[in-house]
Write a new protein. Sequence first.
Length: 192
Amino acid sequence: MGEERGPRKIGEYVVRCPVCGRETLRVEEYIYEVPMLGKVIISTGKCTACGYRYSDARLAEARGPSKIVYPVQKPEDLNALVVVSSSATVLVPELGLEARPGPAAQGYITTVEGVLDRFLEALEAACRDPEADREACEKNRRAIEEAKEGRRQFTLVIVDPEGVSAVASEKARREPVSREELERLGYIVAPG
Ligand SMILES: [Zn+2]
């Protein structure tokens, strides 16, 4: 018999729904073996009362509070798999992009290009506001499109105080995250 490759179900439980507050959110957890990342846990759930959908993705073994820095220098770099846990903040400093986890944040596994798609969707949603700055919207949209097409180099940065996010590439560096950075991103409240 060969090695087991497919996902394996590791749990199924019912928890309180963050939206309607009832004990009706049914969550299933699966474990995947991902090259260069090791074991990744993917959870999905649906509230049978209000229809709220939950999802999360995280490394099975936490690496401690960390900041992942991944330089995207050529089109192939866009294909690396990325695990963004529900506790992570995603940043692209060169493009001024920042996505912090909200109170009901979702985690996911995607590619670097998929991360840019999410920023593009968020930008398009924000730009549907009639008050939005047309010129800034167009400029930012073009910048993300160029990055997606591999015509613009950038850095993908993921800050995760739980250390369960990752980029599947030898080029990705895992650095300690400073207290100042955690304060700036709202993970901890500055004293005084
Ligand atoms: Zn609900």
